[in-house]
Design a protein around this ligand. Structure first.
Ligand code: FMN
Length: 434
């Protein structure tokens, strides 16, 4: 039977915009210990993976609680020791890295975690990030994706530098590796020139899992060609089904098995032992939204300064064509369709970074997760607890058992690598057959 995949999207205090102000959030402050506790809790719930996002800049006003972040590979290397089964997915941008570094880091993480590494490929969207890399501006959207494409090809080529059986360790004859099973890359392209080989044996998964989250045409094509997990923001079942079908058919057009491109929308669950308790938990968070913080977060999302605007008036006309992010376009369209005020936009959409909010009992939440899963809209979910750690423990203790009762989720890990959890094949080293 097909089972749902679950990822924990890390946010130290929780994903709700105002979570950090909640008395129960940040019990350990911003600390490595809280990440360890969260990863172990997710592993207790048999989640497929934890996922860490990454941006190389603070938001302009510094008001966002989730601006602070550890460097992802450093963080996940620590978590590899603190856990034993759960997958470890880190974000690395193709805009401010070199492919050799990225290939080496993820191969190292894959070895050190015994096959649990994944790479979330992003192109980065903020000019503020470019300012930290000696640049005056960030490259345009199409250029970023062209570079990303070449970047991923180089990384995959480097991961195939060695045949799986290249390390012979023949102490008697004095051969550490079999040189015939080593492959130079000798890549020369518009953006990169990389000789290779990678200075590590092929890693346990062959290739760490590739993850992508773009929703533009270029983004979806990159995902369809390479990604094994696709994160996405989807609030409506119909839209989610369209996105799902689109990504799967694009994957097929690249000659891939669409079942190997897993679509995982984000969800922010707010769980209660009763519907009333869930609503109360949600309202408690909503009351903590400072109007200025709500407005600032909306301004950032839309890339438009809305300070001083009447929050109880309608959203001003914003040229949708100028909004680069799919997150922003979706918000404006929803606001227009539902006639939302500015306050309603940030209260209903921005608080969860545009992701779907599900408020209810474990059965309510399992119902909707099941509906999307069985209705051609999702292969699993990137779970974004509203508040940490309680939102995650509620999910693990209440929702996971409900999913198990329905036969929708594993009761124990059967495999040991992230690839095995996700039911994805280990890539053949095509260069070794060459
Ligand atoms: C769940 C999720 C996580 C993301 N994580 C990151 C991230 O860590 N860093 C980043 O720069 N962009 C991140 N993004 C943004 C996307 O990778 C992508 O850049 C953005 O959606 C714009 O791409 P598009 O124009 O193809 O839609 C994330 C998006 C989603 C939905």
């Amino acid at each position: 039977m097909r089972e749902m995949k679950l990822g924990l999207f890390f946010a130290p205090g929780g994903h709700h915009l105002a979570a950090w102000r909640h008395p129960d959030a940040y019990p350990r402050g911003f600390s490595f210990e809280s990440y360890i506790a969260a990863a172990r809790l997710a592993e207790r719930g048999c989640f497929d993976m934890v996922f860490v996002a990454d941006v190389f800049s603070l938001t302009p006003d510094g008001a966002r609680a989730d601006s602070f972040r550890f460097e992802p590979i450093t963080l996940l290397s620590g978590l590899a020791v603190a856990t034993s089964k759960i997958g470890l997915v880190a974000t690395a941008t193709t805009s401010f890295n070199e492919p050799f570094n990225v290939a080496r880091k993820f191969a190292s993480l894959d070895h050190m975690s015994n096959g649990r590494a994944g790479w979330n490929i992003v192109t980065s969207s903020s000019t503020l990030e470019a300012f930290n890399f000696g640049l005056q501006e960030h490259a345009g959207h199409a250029d970023r994706y062209r570079k990303a494409h070449e970047f991923v090809e180089v990384v995959r080529g480097l991961w195939d530098s060695w045949d799986d059986d290249a390390i012979v360790l023949d102490k008697e004859r004095g051969f550490f590796f079999d040189a015939a099973k080593m492959h130079m890359l000798n890549h020369k392209g518009p953006h990169f020139s990389v000789r290779g080989p990678l200075t590590l044996p092929r890693s346990p998964q062959g290739h760490p899992i590739l993850v992508q989250a773009g929703s533009s045409d270029d983004g979806k094509n990159l995902a369809a060609e390479f990604a094994e997990v696709i994160f996405t923001i989807q609030r409506d079942l119909g839209d989610a089904q369209t996105f799902y079908a689109d990504v799967k058919s694009r994957a097929a057009s690249f000659g891939r098995d669409p079942r190997h491109a897993l679509v995982m929308p984000g969800v922010m669950p707010i769980v209660g032992r009763s519907r009333q308790e869930a609503r109360d938990n949600y309202e408690q968070l909503q009351r903590l939204i400072h109007p200025e913080a709500g407005l600032a977060a909306l301004s950032r999302t839309l890339g438009t300064d809305l300070s001083g605007i009447d929050v109880d008036g309608p959203l001003p006309d914003i040229e949708i064509e100028k909004l680069s992010q799919s997150r922003a376009v979706g918000m404006v369209l929803t606001a227009r369709r539902d006639g939302l005020t500015v306050r309603q936009v940030y209260e209903r959409l921005v608080v969860s970074k545009g992701h779907r909010q599900i408020i209810g009992t474990a059965a309510d939440i399992a119902d909707t997760l099941q509906e999307w899963f069985e209705g051609g809209a999702a292969d699993g979910y990137n779970v974004m607890p509203g508040i940490m750690p309680n939102g995650l423990s509620d999910f693990v203790e209440l929702v996971v058992p409900e999913l198990r009762r329905r036969g929708l989720f594993r009761t124990a890990y059967e495999g040991s690598t992230l690839r095995e959890h996700l039911g994805l094949p280990r890539p053949v080293n095509t260069r070794s057959q060459a």
